[in-house]
Ligand binder design. Structure first.
Ligand code: ZN
Length: 470
């Protein structure tokens, strides 16, 4: 054999030996980790599920799904854990290091404010997402100096977890001069009876103040001009001032009604079936005489619903009539209360008033309901009261329900033909009742001349109830 041949044979033998040793090694240690061919230490992420399979690259002549381990890894605690990775009869000791290597995810939003507010990190709506609980994450804000000037400033927000991972985001702080006064929204007129005190609850209920830049703006009110002992119409003055000094004021009517005694002469003007185009005309007449009435409204014509808001603002009582004014509401108690709930919620959404004054379609004495459900009115009159509603019929009718454009003369005869001390007049402000509008000033003047006062329906109003006929 030549020298070259000898070397070749030796190399051949060496290669076979190495392959054999390798084969024996891998036969005894068949599991190869992703971390490296001879790696005996692996990293798993804090708070994430530890699965040994995720760390196995391949198994020498085997199936990686059959790799198991013994020992315990608690990924909810940072630290090192000893486990044995097992495959068939082989076992390999491995250290598992539970580490937090992921940075918190930070989000925040730009913030616009006036020249006055002292801005801190809370202004930017910072949200942090991380495996570590929020209270252990340090959130910091870094902004340029002099951010109290007018302009735009880049603010960087960082969140650092206890392992030193840092998440970052950048937002804008925008400073501009606030020249817009706050906006005050007052609720509908307050309807009180004599002797009822005005407290914060009453005065501030249904009111709202907002400002474009000052979220801390507060509403104050002055009710010193209201004499709660004397019936009349008064005003509460609301004021608000934002921190840049812009001021706003608003007024709200307070109608104080006298508690009604038996010998007092009082007229309750009531208008059913609106709102319609005639409602505005009626409101104008009532405003001219400075008289408050009561509107039992329906949901029939959405285009005039703003007049319900106007009537409420001007101190009239908003009562509930029926949403549909279809007599099939008397089919059952359920259908009746569904309809009543709709008109109730409509008024609540429009005005903020949770009205509990109602007038049945057709009055409580109607007989038309008998064709839908025998005896339903007898049940409804107590059912509505059990639910906290007060129902009102009338003791004087203008007669405008008998047809459209009933002559004014006839309406006057109907509306003014009685001399009870307490008069509740049924009228209608639906669109066809144009002669009701024409008759109204004369009706008002008739009762004024006889010394009556006009009141809107309130909880102190005596109820006018008919006899039930079904
Ligand atoms: Zn009606």
């Amino acid at each position: 054999m030549s020298r070259k041949g000898k070397i070749g044979a030796a190399a051949c033998v060496a290669a076979v030996v190495i392959i054999l040793i390798g084969a024996i090694y891998f036969f005894l240690n068949p599991v190869i980790l992703r971390e490296g061919i001879f790696a005996k230490e692996i990293h798993t992420e804090y708070m994430e599920k530890f699965r040994v399979k995720d760390h196995v690259k391949w198994v020498f002549a085997g199936d990686k799904n059959k790799v198991k381990y013994s020992g315990k890894v608690d990924t909810s605690k940072l630290g090192s854990y000893k486990i044995n990775i097992e495959y068939g009869k082989t076992s390999m000791p491995v250290i598992v290091n539970v580490l937090d290597t992921k940075a918190p995810k930070v989000t925040a939003i730009d913030y616009t404010t006036d020249m006055v507010e002292k801005v801190d990190i809370n202004s930017f709506g910072v949200k942090v997402k991380d495996a570590t609980p929020a209270e252990k994450i340090k959130v910091r804000m870094e902004s340029p100096k002099k951010t109290e000037n007018k302009g735009e400033f880049i603010v960087s927000i960082t969140a650092e977890d206890p392992s030193g991972n840092i998440g970052k985001t950048k937002v804008k702080l925008i400073r501009r001069e606030d020249k817009t006064p706050p906006e005050i929204e007052v609720g509908p007129a307050l309807s009180l009876t004599t002797g009822q005190a005005i407290d914060d609850n009453l005065a501030l209920n249904g009111t709202k103040v907002t400002d474009d830049l000052d979220k801390t703006v507060k509403l104050t009110y002055d009710a010193s001009g209201v004499d709660t002992g004397v019936a009349g119409t008064y005003k509460i003055i609301y004021s608000a001032k934002d921190r840049s000094g812009n001021e706003a004021q608003a007024e709200r009517e307070v109608v104080i009604s006298q508690t009604v005694s038996a010998d007092q002469k009082v007229v309750y003007l009531t208008f059913d079936d609106g709102p319609s185009a005639n409602t505005a005309k009626i409101l104008d007449i009532l405003a001219k005489y400075n008289i408050k009435g009561t509107f039992f409204v329906t949901g029939n014509d959405a285009s005039y619903r703003y007049l319900i808001q106007r009537a409420a603002k001007e101190g009239h009582t908003i009562g509930l009539h029926t949403y549909t004014h279809n007599y099939n509401i008397y089919t059952s108690e359920d259908t009746f209360f569904r309809d009543l709930g709709m008109v109730h919620d409509m008024v609540l959404n429009l005005t903020g008033i949770d009205s509990h004054h109602i007038r049945f379609a057709g009055g409580s004495s109607n007989t038309v309901s008998a064709s839908f459900n025998s005896g339903i009115m007898s049940r409804l009159v107590s059912a509505v009261q059990n639910k906290g509603f007060r129902y009102y019929d009338w003791n004087v009718s203008s007669g405008d329900a008998s047809g459209n454009t009933v002559p004014v003369e006839r309406l006057l005869r109907g509306a003014t033909g009685y001399s009870y001390n307490h008069i509740c007049i049924l009228m209608h402000d639906s669109s066809a009742k144009t002669t009701t509008v024409e008759a109204l000033p004369t009706i008002i003047e008739h009762y004024k001349a006889k010394g009556y006062t006009f009141l809107p329906i309130s909880d102190s109003t005596p109820v006018f109830h008919h006899g039930v006929n079904n």
